[in-house]
Design a protein around this ligand. Structure first.
Ligand code: ATP
Ligand code: MG
Length: 260
């Protein structure tokens, strides 16, 4: 099967730091991919490169068979390749609902004013779809009761769920999540895990960066492991991949205990 999205020999170097070095990855439609690796192994940098927010030193990015290596981050988002960030990036002066709507509005942003004016019926339809997508995302993430609250009045775990809702409201084809469950309770993590499986059942392609290895092995269809900027292991049986010696060693080099 041809990959929906491919990363081909991608490198991102910051001066002498090879944050990502000659990484090749493929993502097939509708599957949930895990991406793990010790701190500083290049996971977030890779997501930055894939969303075009971070400049590539070398390599190519391909979506639906076309290179998008030179598109702007906004154009990549409009293609349907969306990400969430490792830290909360909500607008504190806007309600949960309005923050989530921003995700949906991103589909309209970038269309010229003239185009929106020339095709008002289409624009109205896209706006209506966006409002519906925002409402659905709010419900899906269990945020209905707090839709009119401001983010800072909510727990950190809830703020992170708002971020996932905002990304979903854009109705992406590929959703990249950078440690979405960091700072959440075990119960909240398991709920997010179940939600990601549901989204997968609906056909959404997902890339999940996480340190929560039990969660990763439970929900992912395929696992990629990075260390020091390079891909060191991958496979369709995440629990088995985690047990491989090269993966255990990568974690042992950084932490007092191996990953389990
Ligand atoms: N903007 C930048 N400028 C210089 N170096 C950077 C920059 N961003 C990341 N790095 C470096 O690139 C390497 C990879 O960092 P990255 O944040 O991608 O790792 P990570 O796998 O996401 O780690 P973590 O699990 O801690 O989030 C690190 O050595 C980091 O210090
Ligand atoms: Mg990171």
């Amino acid at each position: 099967m041809k990959a929906l999205l491919a990363v081909q020999k991608v490198s991102v170097h910051f001066g002498g730091t090879k944050a990502v070095h000659e990484v090749d990855l493929e993502f097939e439609a509708g599957r949930l991919y895990g991406l793990i690796g010790p701190n500083g192994s290049g996971k977030s940098t890779l997501l930055g490169a894939m969303s075009r927010l971070t400049r590539l030193t070398a390599g190519a990015l391909v979506f639906r068979g076309d290179a998008y290596t030179h598109l702007t981050p906004e154009a990549v988002a409009r293609l349907g390749v969306r990400r969430t960030f490792q830290t909360v990036r909500l607008l504190p002066e806007m309600t949960v609902l309005d923050n989530v709507k921003l995700g949906a509005d991103a589909r309209l942003a970038g269309r010229s004013i003239a185009r929106n004016w020339l095709f008002p019926a289409h624009t109205a339809r896209v706006e209506k779809q966006g409002a519906r997508a925002a409402a659905e995302a709010i419900e899906r993430l269990g945020l209905t009761a707090v839709a009119r609250e401001f983010p800072l009045n909510l727990s950190y775990g809830t703020q992170r769920r708002v971020e996932i809702a905002r990304a979903l409201a854009a109705q992406p084809s590929v959703l990249m999540l950078d440690e979405p469950t960091a700072g959440m309770t075990r119960e909240e993590r398991d709920e997010v895990g179940s939600l990601l499986r549901e989204l997968s059942a609906d056909g959404l392609t997902q890339i999940l960066v996480e340190h929560d290895v039990p969660l990763i092995t439970r929900v992912c269809d395929h696992l990629y492991v990075m260390n020091a900027g390079q891909l060191i292991a991958s496979g369709d049986d995440p629990a088995a991949v985690v047990q491989r010696p090269e993966v255990q060693e990568a974690y042992l080099g950084r932490r007092a205990h191996a990953v389990s």
